[in-house]
Structures are given as C-alpha cells and as structure tokens.
Design a protein around this ligand. Structure first.
Ligand SMILES: C[S@@+](CC[C@H](N)C(=O)[O-])C[C@H]1O[C@@H](n2cnc3c(N)ncnc32)[C@H](O)[C@@H]1O
Length: 358
C-alpha cells in the first residue's frame, strides 16, 4: 500500500475515526473485566450494598484487595461503577446492577462476552476459512460460544417470548393453552423450549438440534426446570426430524445458520399439523447493507462472518444467508418452500419475529 499523505487527511474525520477506534479497544479491555467481575462475584458483592471500600468489596467476594481495587478503578473509568471520592468508596447503581449483577434481568450482559472471547480463540480457524473458502461447523468452535449464545438470547426469550412474541402470532397462544405439539428446531441449549413448556402446561415440546452436545445440555436445562416429562430433545437436522404434525414449529436464531434454509422450511411445511404456524425468530436486520449501520448490526455481521456464514458454508448448501439476512430474503425462502403466508409479527432492536403459514 502507498503511504498515505498526511496533508490529505481531514483532521476532523481523522479525530472521529481515532476516537472510535480507541473507544472500541477500550471496550475490548473492559470486556474481560466484566467477565472477571461476574465470575468472581464482584458485581454481586456491590449490588444493593450502598457505598463500599475496595477492602469491603474484596472481603464480601473473597478476593485479594489489591486486585479488587484496581478492577474497581477500571469499572469507574468505564462508567460501570460509581465512585465517591471523599469516602474513597464504590457503589453500583440500580441501573448498573440491572445490567451487571442480576442474571435474571433481560438486560444482563456479562455472559454475552463469552461470544467475542470464543471468536478470538477461533481466529486461526477463521484465517484458514477465509483463505480456503471452507466452512467451520458450529460444533468446532471454542466452547464459550455455545453458553455465550444461549445466555445472550435467553435474556430476550425470558423477557419477551411468552409475554410478547407468541401473542403477536395469530391464534397461537390459544392453541398452546388448549394443548399443542411444538417443535423447536436448532434449539441449542433449549432455553426457548423450556420457557414455552413452563408457560403452557397442556402442551408437549420437542427440541431438535444437529449439535449433540447442545442437545445434552438442553436435557439438563429441562430437568432443572422440572418440565422434562413434557419436553424431549433429540439430535436431528432441520430436514430430518420426524414430520409428526406440529401445531407450532419454531426457529430461534438458527435458520440463517443452515446451508439449505429452503429445505429446512420445506421440511417444516411437511411437519406442520393442519392450520399450524411457523415462528421464525431472526437477528434484527434491514434488507440493505446501507440500512444496517449500527452497533447491533456490527455485532451481528461480525458473529455472522466467523460463526453463522462459516457454519452454513460447512453444510455445503445453496444458501449462505448470514445473520443480517433481512425480512425480504427470509420471505423469499419461505415462499420457495411453499408457504403462502409470511408476515412480520413484530421487531425489537435485536430480533425480527416472523410468522409463516401454508
Ligand atoms: C445461534 S444457535 C441458536 C440456538 C438456540 N435456538 C438459541 O436461540 O439459543 C444456532 C443453532 O442451530 C443449530 N443448527 C445449525 N444448523 C443446523 C441444522 N442444519 N439442523 C439443525 N440444527 C442446526 C446449531 O447447532 C445451533 O445450536
């Protein structure tokens, strides 16, 4: 590359670009601090406690004070913990605690850092994949990917799936309340399956995923929730699970991972009971690249590059949709698979919830 002539640079644009890059690298350093704060119980030690000195936080969390003081200062620098200079004490506000200390909060963030951690760990695989064009199967990734993705989406599912997303589909909650058969395709660790099972005790639920280790984890999640009698999980691909007449077939954040999404949708068409519905939940995206310029889109395109596209390529199918497919491309997949009805039921900053019927 030719050396850039510095006199040709716009100083305002350059300052903006440098500021953005420094912010981002600072966030990267902050991510591992968030993970440590979560794993060591430091946020929990601070939550609801009022102002505490570094020594008090360290005692509550059972950690060494000198490390904790430095960690606390990093939190203050990033706006994640408040500092009272006069008393040299640290305090977690209720809003900070909602995001950092409460694992049941829909905005709980620490586990989400497992995904970029797994991506760094898998960088060599990505370098190789870019150079050869070969895929990376889902199961070949660093183990932090699976719990990171499950934990990130579980927040949204807990907050919205039963209260907002299912009611946005025509007639589906009435059918579930009366007793329905539900399939959750690409169910991962099964959090979506289990949440629906808890809410609709008359219905039975069947989770399928191509990744056997995730299926085993999903069984544990169902057993811990006490719903295992009505929830089964099996290792199966989206085009070979039993076409057993389901009233509702769900795809949560997985259709775009598949190499042949038309085939998966066509199999769902065969597996639906008369009048049944497909619920398709996908990462939020607009249809055009120029309309996907935001922190959320950046995060999804990055995950898509190393994870979603890489898995779809590994399946050697005809489509590699990517995690920012957008509604128009998804509608086309379902129309090709024989669905006559396809509509957006709702959208959130993170998800599109779509409904398809034959
Ligand atoms: C991003 S994860 C989403 C998991 C889960 N639905 C959730 O929302 O947490 C995508 C899942 O799709 C599964 N998957 C990918 N291709 C598949 C296929 N062809 N058939 C079945 N499952 C597949 C992966 O194994 C993985 O568990």
């Amino acid at each position: 590359m030719d050396t850039i002539q510095t006199q040709s640079l716009d100083p305002v644009k350059l300052d903006t670009m440098i500021g953005r890059a420094i912010n981002d690298i600072s966030a990267g350093y902050g991510g591992i601090m968030v993970s440590l704060g979560h794993r060591l119980g430091l946020y929990r030690a601070l939550a609801g406690a009022g102002p505490l000195t570094a020594r008090e936080v360290a005692q509550r969390a059972g950690c060494a004070e000198r490390y904790v003081r430095e960690w606390l200062n990093s939190q203050v620098a990033g706006g994640y913990v408040d500092y009272h200079a006069v008393s040299e004490s640290y305090e977690l506000s209720p809003e900070q605690a909602f995001v950092l200390a409460d694992p049941d909060s829909p905005a709980f963030i620490p586990n989400a850092w497992n995904v970029p951690a797994s991506m760094w760990a898998d960088e060599e695989k990505a370098v190789e994949a870019f150079r050869t064009g070969r895929g990376i199967p889902w199961g070949d990734h660093d183990g932090r990917l699976f719990c990171g993705v499950a934990a990130f989406y579980r927040n949204a599912y807990r907050g919205s799936l039963v209260r907002e997303w299912l009611p946005a589909l025509d007639g589906v909650t009435a059918r579930l309340a009366a007793g329905a058969r539900v399939a959750d395709i690409g169910c991962g660790h099964g959090h979506s399956t289990v949440l629906m099972a808890e809410a609709f005790p008359q219905s039975t639920f069947h989770g399928f995923d191509a990744h056997a280790a995730s299926v085993a984890e999903a069984e544990k999640v169902a057993a811990a929730a006490g719903v295992a009698a009505r929830v089964t999980f099996d290792a199966a691909r989206a085009d070979d699970y039993p076409a057993a007449g389901y009233d509702l077939i769900c795809f949560f954040d997985c259709l775009h991972d598949m190499g042949d999404p038309v085939r998966a949708a066509a199999h769902a068409a065969r597996a639906l009971a008369p009048g049944g519905t497909v619920m398709l939940v996908e990462p939020f995206a607009n249809d055009r690249v120029e309309d996907n310029v935001s922190p959320v889109a950046r995060m999804y395109y990055a995950a898509s590059t190393m994870i979603c596209c890489a898995h779809a390529i590994s399946e050697r199918g005809p489509h590699v949709l990517g995690a920012q497919a957008g509604e128009a491309r998804l509608a086309e997949i379902f129309h090709k698979a024989g669905f006559g009805h396809f509509r957006r039921a709702l959208a959130t900053p993170f998800n599109l919830v779509l409904e398809a019927r034959l």
